[in-house]
Every structure is written in structure tokens, then in C-alpha cells.
Ligand binder design. Sequence first.
Ligand code: LLP
Length: 426
Amino acid sequence: MDFFSYRDGQLYCEDVPVDRIAKEFGTPVYIYSQATLKHHYDRIKAAYAEFDPMICYSVKSCGNLNILKKLHEWGSGFDVVSGGELFRVLQAGGDPGKVVYAGVGKTDVEINAALDAGIAYFNIESEEELANLARLARDKGKRAQCALRINPDVDPKTHRHTATGKRESKFGVDLDRAMTVFETFGKESSLSLSAVHLHLGSPIYSAEPYVEALEKTLPFIDALRAKGFAVDTLDLGGGLGADYQTGQTPPTLEYADKIIPMLRGQNLKLILEPGRSIAGNGGLLLTRVIYTKAGGDKRFLIVDAAMNDLIRPAFYGAFHFIWPVQVGDAFVPERREECPPMDGLEKVDVVGPICESGDFLAKERMLPPAQRGDLLGVFTAGAYAFTMSSQYNARPRAAEVLVDGGQCHLIRRRETYDDLVAAERV
Ligand code: LLP
């Protein structure tokens, strides 16, 4: 669900025609819909309301300060994975008391900054990390609140690069070692090891992996309690899907309906770390066709966005719905899908200007005929789009614009050529 829709053959973001944004800010440009972000945040909060969960929005999905500010205003905390992300949260005025910090390679500098900020939980990924945190907290005379991230060995049925809760992945501590971690560190005076963390991977398109992980983790929490460890919090991580195609993701309530009954009566505070499920459908990448050309048996649309702006198709083979911004009646899409049932579509590769054959946004995609100068919308580009962008091929990063009703605000200016070299003038 989102607020990008066609009116009289024109693509709008909320009440703003997106071609107006192209005129004002140029292309490529990321456009975010505030109402969509809010809708998804509210929906998750409401689905788990009976636990009054601490929602920690995952900054890595879309970390623009202005978007973090909004989430903070709506009551969100934050999931971070680096000192840089914590810095972003603090810059945005976020509450450090609602920050959880995961990541397998937290450095001393990063840990010290998080201790100084007073974050809610260090989500611990290894025994060595926990020993190091105990030492650093002791040096500061502090007590660090921690959750042990469990690797429950569950298949989230997603891309291998983004599956994190399987035995062979680098994340968390195997369930069969987790008890020993509590026994070793559970009574350490500079630590309060009182929570368990899970993050299985992403995107996850059904509740089953969560259920499977809980079936393994809840008995483990019982066993911890039986041994006298006061575990009072469960962080379920993120991973809920986004609609790259219409209807691809089950409604939030459908996940919650399976998860909530398992948590009832467990006497656990709940933390959730949604990223994509809030930001994914909240953003669109707007791009312009620079040239069209034939090559072999193919027809190419060469656009001004590239793999440096959206790496997901090249990196994960991910599908992003792409459609012209201005269309005749026959081509108004009712659903976002790979092969819309319409006559007159053309098969094209949508590619960028970068010097790599891997630089594509879509391959063999059926689209309405498009020409040089046309605008195309690349949908569901709110999460892991800008945050994974680079300056490869010395391409300045694109601008970001936040739409709120009929208004649009530039929330990140387009980088300049000078930005490309500024840090090298040393
Ligand atoms: N919590 C932790 C500990 C995570 O590692 C992640 C994502 C999240 C929460 C948020 O997951 P979400 O709700 O957004 O699915 N670049 C990939 C996704 C990598 C996700 C990494 N961790 C992509 O473009 O699909």
C-alpha cells in the first residue's frame, strides 16, 4: 500500500504530480511519501499494540535525517548497525534510550560512543564482542544493557545475501552456545544481559520463519529463566516484506496473528526493527530516458539512474516495478506486476549509463512504448536504494525529496562534482 498513484494518466506522489518534482529538482531523484511512511509505521504499531512494542526503525533501510526526524516525532526508536548510523540518529534528535545496536564488528570507538550516548541495547553477536563490551563498560563505570542475538538456524526463504538466521551466516550466536554465553557473562557487573535478539533476514514473505524461530527461542528463554537469568525482553528484529509487486507481502496483521499468540503470557517486552516494511513502498526513484536504442534482438531504454542509485536489481536480481510517469488510458496500471495484461507493451532492458553490463534496473521487461525524454518511475525504492548508493563512475548522488500532501521538500540536495573530490583535497 502506498500513495503513489495515477490520476488522469499522470503519476502522483500524494497530491504532487511527480513530473513537477523532475522540473524543480532534476533527475534522477528519490521521492518519498510521508503519508506512506506514517501509514506503515502506524500499521505495525497497531498490529502489536497489545504488547506496546518499542519500534526501532532500521536506519540502514533509509536514513535521511529528515525521515528519521519524522519517525522520532511519531514515537519511533532506531535500530543501528554502526557509529555512523548512531550519529545520524542523534543528529536527527532521536532518543538514544530507544536505540538498539546490532552488528558483528562493533569497534571500541563505536562501542564507547554508544555507551556515552546511553543506548537501550547492544545486540551482541559473539562472545568476544561481549567480553570487549564488558571491559569498555567497566572502564567507564557503566552497566551496558545487552541482548544476545541468537542464530536460530531458520531459513527465511529469501535471497542468500540477505538471509541472516541460518547456521552458516556470520550473525548471532548458535542456540547451542547461547546458554554458555549467559553462564559466562550473565552475572558480570558491567553488563545487564537481560534480553534476546533475533533477526532472521529480509525480506520475509510469510510468518512461518518467525514462528519457527520462536518455537526454538521461547523454550530457550524458559531454560534461561529456570537457571535464574532474568530475561525480560525479546527483540524480534525486522524483515517484514514490502510490496515490490502488488499483493506480494501479507498484511502486517497476518504476520502478527501468528506471532502474537506465541508471545502471550510470556512476560516479555517486545522490540521490533522494521525497515523495508516502513520505507520500501514509501519511496520512488524517478528517472528520465536519455536514449533508446536497438542492440542484437533487444531494445534498450538508457536512463539517467544507474546501479549506483539502485543496486538491488544488479546485486540481488531484485524486481522493481518500472512504469512511465505519463501514460494513455490503455496503460494505466491496475496492479504492479512483472507482465501486466495489456496490449501494445514492448519488451525492453532498462539500463543506466555505467560501464558495466550489470548496470540494469530491469531486464526483458514489458513496458508501454517509451521515448527519449520520457520520465519513468522505479517503484518501491524507499528502502536500500539511497542508502546503498555510491558515486561509482564519479556520479554524484541523486537528490531526495519528501512529499507531504501537496507540498514537496528537498531533504538532500543533489551532490555536485565538487562533492566528489572534496574529501580528497587533504
Ligand atoms: N534488524 C537488523 C539487525 C538487520 O540487520 C536488518 C536488516 C533489519 C533489522 C531491517 O530489516 P528490514 O525490516 O528492512 O527487512 N540490502 C538488502 C537488505 C539487507 C538487510 C540488512 N539487515 C536489500 O536491499 O534487500
